[in-house]
Design a protein around this ligand. Structure first.
Ligand code: FES
Ligand SMILES: [Fe+2]
Length: 411
């Protein structure tokens, strides 16, 4: 990120830490209707208009290192096949044979020259073109050139594979906008996966995600870790186009819990001290949250499994540690982070039960929690005002606070 952005964000952190009253120019936020977390109708719209039309992260490209490496991926509820082609490009296809719809590939992952359907052996090149059809003479109307695997949009940024079920989606880097330049210093492409963990939670995916969009809760829920490590009042929120956002929270140094101070902590030297002094968490709409740290960090992904259940996926990446064993640091860091996540999750299923109880009207969102509201606004923009079920819309209020349109620094 350009130097002046760090300076500006530091100014906002100082302003937030010092203020004694609410910002006078910031609107009180109306309730977020509880039905947005419980309505099957809203859930279907969210899937069709938001998740199926956004760039979402399907993992690391290091899992598809060689030409012909493939793996199945179905976190959007659609069976996709990711494969690295002869031209080194990673593509995403529906794992659906154009003969009679069988899954082309059954194994979760592997390497192949030809994608041969396991039902009647139609075979496809790594670029999806239909190559071979047994007994082709018996398909008099078959035009092989129009019977390739159906492709979804796929691109890679910083070693992260993104897919978009909307073939007409805007380019990934345009979509990610300012996050690309800001996170350039992390050198994502050179990082290596340390650990992947999945948590199944009995709550709407947004209940889980909301807990990572604010630090208002840390003193009460995380008193032995994040509550010590971070000063929740010294937090600057940046809102970006497309629903993305940033939260920079000042760290309390010398408390024994700041990861960058750990003995033998790995370091990404290209990251400026801004990231050593502050915990900076980014959200890439619609479902990726990452608190980047020079030591290495998790990327958290939130996947709906139904209206009231979801999977939270944590993919930890770190500077490459070469041929030796995993640095000792991770034996300390991973359990601490896992504990933080467990503390967060403790509330999530009970929240969902409350939301479904009929006694709940809506979420009351404060100024510190405005990234949650910003997310919901974007969801409504994508669904379209006319199609939002009665009583479930959120008024559009925060666009004028988008960072490049608005100087957030203290006057
Ligand atoms: S369904 Fe794939 S070859 Fe028949
Ligand atoms: Fe938390």
């Amino acid at each position: 990120m350009p130097e002046n952005v760090y300076d500006e964000v530091e100014k906002v952190i100082a302003f937030e830490a010092a203020r004694q009253e609410p910002r006078p120019d910031f609107p009180p936020l109306p309730e977020i209707p509880g039905g947005r977390y419980t309505s099957p109708e809203f859930f279907a719209l969210e899937h069709d208009r938001v998740l199926a039309k956004s760039w979402v992260c399907a993992g690391r490209d290091e899992d598809l290192r060689k030409v012909g490496d493939y793996r199945l991926w179905d976190k959007l509820g659609v069976p996709l096949l990711l494969v690295r082609g002869q031209d080194d490009r990673i593509r995403a296809f529906y794992n659906t044979c154009r003969h009679r719809g069988a899954p082309v590939v059954r194994q979760d992952a592997g390497n192949t020259r030809l994608l041969r359907c396991q039902y009647h052996s139609w075979s496809y090149g790594l670029d999806g073109t239909l190559k071979g059809v047994p007994d082709e003479r018996d398909f008099p109307c078959l035009d092989k050139s129009s019977r390739g695997l159906i492709e979804a949009a796929c691109d890679v940024w910083g070693g992260w594979v993104f897919v978009n079920l909307d073939k007409d989606a805007q380019p990934l880097l345009d979509y990610l906008g300012p996050l690309v330049a800001e996170l350039d210093c992390v050198g994502m492409a050179g990082l290596r996966t340390v650990h992947v963990q999945e948590y199944q939670v009995a709550c709407n995916w947004k209940v889980a995600m909301d807990g990572f969009l604010e630090v208002y809760h840390i003193n009460t829920i995380h008193p032995t870790n994040a509550g010590i490590m971070l000063d929740h009042k010294a937090a600057a929120m940046g809102l970006f186009e497309h629903g993305h956002s940033r939260m920079a929270t000042r760290k309390r140094m010398n408390q024994g819990l700041n990861f960058v101070e750990f003995e033998g902590a790995p370091d990404i030297p290209t990251m400026p001290d801004f990231y050593r002094l502050n915990n900076v968490a980014y959200m890439a709409f619609p479902n990726l949250i990452t608190p980047v740290e020079p030591t290495g960090f998790p990327v958290l992904l939130f996947w709906p499994d139904g209206v009231g259940k979801c999977t939270m996926q944590a993919i930890y990446v770190a500077p490459d540690w070469g041929n030796g064993p995993l640095p000792e640091f991770w034996n300390t860091f991973l359990p601490i982070f896992d504990q933080v996540l467990e503390e967060d999750m403790m509330n999530m299923a009970p929240i969902q039960r409350s939301l479904e109880s009929g006694g709940f009207t809506g979420m009351m969102i404060n100024y510190q929690e405005r990234r949650i509201y910003w997310f919901h606004e974007e969801v409504d923009r994508l669904i379209g005002a006319a199609d939002i079920p009665d009583g479930l819309a959120v008024p559009q209020l925060l666009s004028r606070f988008v960072e490049d349109r608005y100087d957030q620094a203290a006057e």
